[in-house]
Structure formats: C-alpha cells, structure tokens
Design a protein around this ligand. Structure first.
Ligand SMILES: Nc1ncnc2c1ncn2[C@@H]1O[C@H](COP(=O)(O)OP(=O)(O)O)[C@@H](O)[C@H]1O
Ligand SMILES: [Mg+2]
Length: 239
C-alpha cells in the first residue's frame, strides 16, 4: 500500500467508526426512552410493597435490593439521557463562565473528597456561545468528575479555562492526574469503555459528552497535558 492509500484506508476506517458511534447513539437514545418508563414503574411498585405493614424481614431485604439495582439501571440511563433529549436541543445564547461556575459548585463535594483544587480561568468579557446550557453543564461535569476520579485523593488540580479563539469559544479542562494511557486514548470515547471498577464507572461519560459536543458542531478531543495529566477540550460557535 502506498502512503496515500494507507491514509485513505485509515480515513475510511475512521468514517465507519464515526457512523457506527452515531448509529449507536441514536439506538441508545431510543432504548433510554423505551426502558425508562417501565423502570420508573418498577421503582414505584417496589415502594408500594416496601410500605406494606405485613412485610417480612426477608422480603424487605430482597425488595430493597431490587429497588437499589433498578435505580442503578436508571442512573446508567440518565447518563445517556443527555443526548436522547437532544432531538430538540434548547439552543440559545449561553454564558459559559456561568455554566462553568455552576458546574464547579456542583462538583465541589467531589473535589473535596478527592483532594482536588479547581481553578477557573475565564477570559474577561468572554463572548456568549450558542448552545444548550444544561447539556453543556453535563459535559463540563463529566470532565470535572473524570479529572477528580483520575486524581483520586492523591491531591491535584483541575483547570477549567474559557477563552476566545478563531471566532469561537474555546473550552479546556486540564488536570495533573496520571493522564490517559496512549494505548487507550482512542477508545475512551466509546460507549461503555471504562477502566474503573464495577459500580464506579459506566463508560458513558465521555461518549455522552462527545455526542453533546458534536450536536453543538464541535469535537471533543483529548491530549496529554505537558507536565503530566490530561487535557480535554472542545469549542463552541459564538451566539
Ligand atoms: N481526566 C482523565 N484522566 C485520566 N483518564 C481519564 C480521564 N478522563 C477519562 N479517563 C479515562 O477514560 C475512561 C472513560 O471515561 P468515561 O467515558 O467518563 O467513563 P467512566 O468515567 O465511567 O469510566 C475512564 O474510565 C478513564 O480510563
Ligand atoms: Mg466518567
């Protein structure tokens, strides 16, 4: 194969991969919608049984397990809702400094537990972006949570920076954790890819985030941080 042929083959492979991911995303969104209703019903019905005065200790323990496990499924589903909702994303002018602020206060307890210091670097007078504030908050929260989990109590920093470049709003989340091993860097955006122990990672955070960013006309990327750690970034159109 000539280098040009190899490059074309590589491109073709990537396109197929992108298509596959998009199709999977649409399918996942459909599944979330269909499955969430019966799950809510199961949670509600177990709650009815849990309130029965004649319940035995055995049944109570079993029901509590059912209740907890179904809620676990729901949490996984909620992780996917970010883009299932996206059929009609609420696109409008978004103040990313404000979204970043709100995300950092949401993540504050997690930062504290894992000994992470968060630093927000927002360019003054930053232009408004065009997007869906709630969905973008979900993206930032995912990135913050991942950074905190990567640092995991060893003590470290996350830097959330917002600036303008190329007529777009540039968002970057950097951390000084262990970084993403190069051999898995292209797999971390796949649905259900996780290196975290069972019960801790769903492998949906980056998949969902990348899908949300894609719907905003951007692309979520990852790079090693010079000096150690990882940088995730994306850009948004101006409002
Ligand atoms: N900031 C980070 N530093 C190091 N590794 C990361 C970081 N963010 C994500 N990763 C890797 O990417 C994987 C996928 O992330 P994600 O899709 O959010 O799923 P989850 O967090 O549930 O594992 C993680 O399991 C981890 O291996
Ligand atoms: Mg995650």
């Amino acid at each position: 194969m000539t280098p040009a042929e190899a490059a074309r083959a590589d491109l073709a492979r990537r396109m197929v991969q992108v298509e596959k991911m998009a199709a999977l995303g649409r399918m996942a969104a459909g599944i979330v919608h269909e499955v969430n209703n019966p799950l809510s019903a199961i949670v509600g019905l177990t709650e009815v049984l849990l309130r029965r005065p004649d319940i035995t200790a055995d049944s109570l323990a079993t029901l509590l397990k059912i209740h907890a496990e179904v809620q676990r499924i729901q949490r996984i589903m909620v992780g996917m809702l970010g883009f299932s909702r996206g059929a009609a994303p609420a696109m409008g002018p978004v103040d990313m400094s404000r979204v970043a602020d709100e995300t950092l206060s949401l993540a504050a307890p997690e930062f504290k537990i894992r000994r992470v210091q968060a630093v927000l670097e927002a360019a003054p007078g930053l232009a408004l972006a065009r997007g869906d504030a709630d969905a973008l908050k979900q993206v930032l929260f995912n990135l913050m949570l991942n950074a905190a989990q990567a640092i995991d109590g060893r003590g470290g920093h996350v830097w959330l920076s917002l600036e303008e470049g190329g007529g777009r709003v540039q968002v970057e989340a950097a951390d000084d954790g262990p970084g993403v091993p190069p051999e898995i860097a292209d797999r971390i955006f796949e649905p259900f890819f996780t290196t975290k122990p069972e019960g801790q990672g769903t492998g949906l955070g980056l998949f969902t985030s990348a899908e949300i960013v894609r719907r905003h006309g951007g692309r979520l990327w990852v790079a090693p941080r010079p000096g150690g750690g990882a940088v995730f970034g994306f850009d948004l159109p101006r409002a």
